[in-house]
Ligand binder design. Structure first.
Ligand code: NAX
Length: 329
């Protein structure tokens, strides 16, 4: 019998958390032969809702759901015990008119205790994916409080931006979304992010050859991805949920699955100084996984336009780091 994989989700009763749990339990992510134990974590007033979700999970009769463990956020250390994957979703979502920077002071403090709890009790091979915004800076805070957890095991989610960018490029080109590859999101998951069309490919060809409208690529495309979260909030009255959950699960799949040759996956990781970006920041970069570990792809072409976009979004990450310097050890 294969040992179960332990997966924790904070904010498990929230919109995104709820939308991840059933797919995690179904076998879709880790395979039908890998049992999954879910660790659900919520703030104390919401624990009753977790009981309802637990009932629903039972009612799905998923053959590989090997257990459900519930803990409140005052006992995170127990909640993360022996976890191999941790999705940090729990936090306050952005409301209409709020930018991510507004959230920093609200959500940042959650991630100090979270980092300490991960260090204290997670499995040695734990991989942490931070979804709660501002996700890059929250990841930096949590990682800084878990110095024994190797830095290549920390990720902040820019996959929703990658998926949004792939969809927009496909629609503009009139091609199916599966024909789009090598879409990198540089920098911060915020309105300064740089969705890189220069290195993107459509049917294996440069997107800039397939889409001749350069003004659209440089203006409309970039803005539409940078502002997509706000547009969803405006239309739906709530922030992206099912698409965000899908992107969180795509992130896990991309970490544990080898990346196709000639393509990349997007996540924010701890910079090692590549592309001239300051080491130690959590920065969206083009990555490739071998199914166990990942590397930053080194052959992305960075022209003057891309350079200025990358510098701008990295400058915002430095500002965010300054805003939370009292939360960094
Ligand atoms: P919800 O308000 O529906 O759910 C959040 C849940 O977190 C709530 O159930 C709340 O009780 C719980 N929570 C709050 N503090 C907690 C703590 N200290 N420990 C454990 N649980 C805690 O928000 P939802 O729509 O699910 O969004 C969650 C987060 O994802 C927000 O920060 C949001 O901004 C962020 N997003 C990130 C995205 C990304 O691409 N990185 C995109 C979507 C989303 O905006």
């Amino acid at each position: 019998m294969t040992a179960p994989i332990h997966v924790a989700v904070t904010g498990a009763a929230g919109q995104i958390g709820y939308a991840t749990l059933f797919r995690l339990a179904s076998g879709e992510i880790f395979g039908q032969h890998r049992p999954v134990v879910l660790h659900l974590i919520e703030v104390p007033p919401v624990m009753a809702a977790l009981d309802g979700i637990h009932m629903e999970l039972d009612d799905c009769a998923f053959p590989n759901l090997a257990g459900v463990i519930k803990h409140d956020s005052d006992h995170m250390e127990d909640g993360f015990r022996d976890c191999n994957f941790i999705l940090l979703v729990g936090s306050i979502p952005r409301k209409l008119g709020m930018e991510r920077a507004d959230l920093i002071r609200i959500n940042g403090p959650i991630f100090t205790s979270t980092g300490k709890a991960i260090q204290a009790s997670a499995a040695k091979d734990v991989r942490v994916v931070v979804v709660g915004n501002p996700c890059n800076t929250n990841c930096l805070i949590a990682m800084s409080h878990a110095p024994d957890v190797p830095r290549n095991q920390w990720f902040a989610m820019t996959r929703l931006d990658q998926n949004r960018a792939s969809a927009q490029l496909a629609m503009k080109a009139g091609r199916p979304v599966g024909s789009v590859s090598n879409v990198a999101i540089w920098g911060n998951h915020s309105s300064t992010q740089y969705p890189d069309f220069v290195n993107a490919k459509i049917d294996g060809k440069p997107a800039t050859e397939v889409i001749s409208d350069k003004t659209w690529l440089k203006d409309d495309f970039i803005k539409s991805i940078q502002q997509r979260g706000a547009a969803v909030i405006k239309a739906r009255g709530a922030s992206s949920a099912a698409s965000a959950a899908n992107a969180a699960l795509d992130t896990i799949k991309s970490i544990i699955t080898p990346t196709a040759a000639g393509s990349c996956v997007s996540a924010a990781v701890c910079s090692n100084g590549s592309y001239g970006i300051e080491s130690g920041l959590i920065v969206g970069l083009p990555l490739a996984s071998d199914g166990r570990d990942w590397r930053v792809l080194s052959d992305f072409h960075v022209d003057d336009f891309s350079r200025s976009q990358i510098d701008n979004t990295v400058a915002e990450l430095k500002q965010e780091r300054d805003l939370v310097k009292d939360l960094l050890p």
